[in-house]
Every structure is written in structure tokens, then in C-alpha cells.
Ligand binder design. Structure first.
Ligand code: AMP
Length: 409
């Protein structure tokens, strides 16, 4: 279905043309018509499906249908999202869609001064994008009222719940107009998401764009079994061998991210790290440099990279396997977006094999394993046998307990 069939307001048609979009993505063709009529929606859609336009276009259209003029401290639309990066990315994308209107779009998140954000509210923000915590800080300081919010979007609702924002989200939504329209987007479905829908949606329509809890069909999954200590060497070997142009690499911890960064510095690959210990400016720069292809490798931890809109990404590397299978689906959502094929490559140590089982059962697919010569994982049982053969006999627990109890006396 083409955007031109929607008969949108001229400034929106112009913006869509400027973005180069012609055909709607599935999430757009299924949600825009209903959302434009004011219907509450629960949409199960992954990152990279075009879901931002799917909610932004109908909200903008309705705001243009009933113009009210920008008011100080009283936004008309509120979009809640779990992370700073996602908030910023949404603001950039939605600003593009609103560029030919007079509507103002702003993103709020923690880590920056409240005063600058408060003065923006005084000037008037029509569409406010925020992380829940930062919005509550502004509410506590009476910097704004949500009573005139007519449109509420919960972006990545499942993630907000995982991050423990449930009571914050409910607290915020309850402050908005009872007549509001609520659009809830979630990549995965769970009892917690269903409960949230029950509490805040009104006679909603459910839209499922991808299989529930399924990874994007366009992604090819591959696993390289490897010892944890050999992962940097494996990364360097594959990077050279496949001549990867750009890769997004996920690590589980900041330390692993920093260690890999050190390893890449040595091999002079242009790379940057994006994790919670990095200052906001450095994270923003890293993402911008990666997007403009100045960097070939962006190393990120889960939370920092959540929902990054990095386009045309062919490869996502799981340097460490995520503990939660759902996080695997979120991570690889950056590959194969908007119909392009992508590759999800996972480095799996023995300790991470359990995560693989969970992921395979979630995505309903056995992942292909490639054993790279020179990086084989030694067999755990034989390793343990050889260790125990050479281990010196040591005192039993019983003996050491006796020593301790004697000392105590
Ligand atoms: P999103 O899921 O909203 O993060 O969008 C993923 C990517 O798809 C973004 O880079 C958008 O600019 C792009 N996109 C969204 N809608 C369309 C469309 N109808 N045609 C082509 N690209 C699109």
C-alpha cells in the first residue's frame, strides 16, 4: 500500500516524500488507518519495521486536523521510551516527519540539566518524547502538566517493563487526559505486557506484524563456538576474512566492551564504545560517527544500544550471548531492517551454551554452527579429566572445618 493512498495533510505528504518513502511497511499499512481514526492499539512489532512512522504519522495527522497552537508546559502528545538513545533517535525521526509543520518535538532524558529542558517546556513542546524517570522529575518540579495530553505512545513497552518502569509508566499515564488515545508498541508479548494493556488501553485493536517473540525472518543466524579468552582473536580473524564494512557488536558488560575496544585499537580498526559509563556526548558522537560510516565497529552493551536506528546494517555480532533470549531478538533487530538481509553472528563459549538453547527455542530454529579452524573449543569433560589427573590432592572440607572450629575456641 502506498502512502499516497492515505490522503494525508500536505506537510506530511511532503515529509514522507523528503524521506524517500513510497510504500508503507507492513506495520505502517496495518496501523496507520486505525490509529488515525483514534483507535487504541497494541502493536507487536520489532525494531526496524518502520514503527516510528506507524505511530508518528497518524498522531501528527490528528494534531493537524484539530490545530490548537503550541502551549507552554502542556504537551499534546507524549511518547515514553526506555532509553536516552532511543529518545534521541525518536526525536530525530519524528522531527523529520514534522519538518513541514509548525509542531515542536523534543526529547527528554536523564544525564542532562533539568533547567534547559524546563525552559523548552516554557516555550512550548507539542510532542514530548521522554524516558519515564526524567519525566517524573519534571512533574515533581511542576515543570509541566500532562492533563492536556491527547496522544500517548509507549514505545518498546516490554523493555520498559523489564527495566522496572511499570509503576512509573502507570503513574505518568494516569495523569493524562481520560479521553486520550493510547498506542502501545512492544517487540515481544508477555503476561506483564498484557496486564499493562488491560490497565491503560481502551477497547483496543491488536496488530501483530511479526511472529510473536520471533526474530526477523530476513536474518541469517550463525554461531561460532569459541573459548572466551579467544574471542578478540576470532573477531579480528573474521573481520579481516569477511572484509566487514560495518558491524555492531554486543557485549554483556562494560568491561568486555572496553577490553574488545583495546583489542581493536591494536589492530587499528576504527571503532568506538557505547556504554553506560561513557558520557552522553561521547555516546552520541559514537552513534553519529557509526551512522556516517566514520567508524567500522560500534561496540555496545545491551541498554546503551537498545533500539539504535542504524540503517543498512549487514552484521550484528553477539560477542557475548545475552542471558535473556528476548534480548537476542532485540539485539539482532538492527540487522536485516526494512527488508534487507542481515546476519547475526554469535560467539559462544561453553558457559554460554545454555543461552543458545533458550534462544533456539524462542526463535524456533536450530542455529547453524561453524567451527573455525584454530578456534575450536576444547571438550569440557576431557579438560576436567586432565585437570583432575594433574591436580595435587588437597585437604577435604571436613578437615578445614575442624581447623576453623578449633581456632574459634
Ligand atoms: P523504525 O522501525 O521506525 O526505527 O524504522 C526503521 C527504518 O526504516 C528507519 O531507518 C526508517 O527511516 C525506515 N523506514 C520507515 N518507514 C519506511 C518506509 N515506508 N519505506 C522505507 N523506509 C522506511
Amino acid at each position: 500500500m502506498k502512502f499516497s493512498a492515505l490522503d494525508l495533510a500536505k506537510p506530511l505528504e511532503q515529509a514522507i516524500f523528503a524521506c524517500g518513502y513510497e510504500d508503507m511497511t507492513p506495520v505502517q499499512s496495518q496501523s496507520i488507518v486505525h490509529a488515525r481514526r483514534g483507535k487504541d492499539l497494541l502493536v507487536n512489532a520489532q525494531t526496524g519495521t518502520g514503527k516510528t512512522a506507524a505511530f508518528a504519522i497518524p498522531v501528527l495527522q490528528q494534531m493537524l486536523d484539530t490545530p490548537k497552537g503550541t502551549q507552554a508546559k502542556a504537551p499534546r502528545a507524549l511518547i515514553l521510551t526506555p532509553t536516552r538513545e532511543l529518545a534521541e533517535q525518536l526525536a530525530q525521526t519524528i522531527s523529520k516527519y514534522a519538518q513541514f509543520t509548525t509542531l515542536t518535538v523534543t526529547a527528554f532524558y536523564g544525564g542532562v540539566k533539568l533547567t534547559g529542558q524546563a525552559s523548552k517546556l516554557n516555550q512550548g513542546v507539542d510532542i514530548l518524547i521522554s524516558t519515564p524517570g526524567r519525566l517524573l522529575e519534571h512533574i515533581a518540579l511542576n515543570h509541566l502538566t500532562l492533563a492536556q495530553v491527547e496522544f500517548v505512545v509507549l514505545d518498546e513497552a516490554d523493555r520498559m517493563l523489564d527495566m522496572g518502569f511499570i509503576s512509573d509508566v502507570l503513574n505518568i499515564v494516569e495523569r493524562t487526559s481520560e479521553k486520550r488515545q493510547t498506542l502501545l508498541y512492544s517487540a515481544t508479548s508477555s503476561p506483564a505486557v498484557n496486564e499493562l494493556c488491560h490497565k491503560i488501553l481502551n477497547n483496543h485493536k491488536e496488530i501483530r506484524v511479526s511472529k510473536v517473540n520471533a526474530a526477523a525472518d530476513t536474518v541469517k543466524h550463525v554461531i561460532y563456538p569459541v573459548e572466551e579468552s579467544r574471542k578478540i582473536a576470532l573477531f579480528n580473524a573474521l573481520f579481516k576474512e569477511h572484509n566487514w564494512f560495518q558491524v555492531l557488536v554486543f557485549t554483556s558488560t562494560k568491561e568486555q566492551a572496553d577490553r574488545l575496544m583495546q583489542g581493536l585499537k591494536a589492530s587499528k580498526v576504527p571503532a568506538a564504545v557505547c556504554h553506560g559509563d561513557k558520557r552522553q556526548g561521547a555516546r552520541r558522537r559514537a552513534i553519529a560517527d557509526f551512522k556516517s560510516a566514520k567508524l567500522q565497529v560500534l561496540i555496545a552493551t545491551e541498554v546503551a544500544a537498545r533500539g539504535l536506528d542504524v540503517q543498512g546494517l549487514d552484521y550484528v555480532i553477539n560477542y557475548n550471548m545475552p542471558y535473556l533470549a528476548e534480548d537476542y531478538v532485540h539485539r539482532i533487530g538492527r540487522a536485516g531492517r526494512a527488508g534487507n538481509a542481515g546476519h547475526a553472528i554469535s560467539f559462544v563459549s561453553r558457559e554460554e551454551e545454555r543461552s543458545v538453547e533458550r534462544i533456539e527455542s524462542l526463535i524456533g530454529e536450530k542455529i547453524e554452527r561453524i567451527v573455525k579452524p584454530g578456534f575450536e573449543v576444547s571438550d569440557r569433560k576431557s579438560l576436567l579429566r586432565s585437570v583432575s589427573k594433574h591436580r595435587k590432592p588437597h585437604k577435604s572440607n571436613k578437615a578445614s572445618k575442624t581447623v576453623i572450629s578449633k581456632k574459634k575456641r
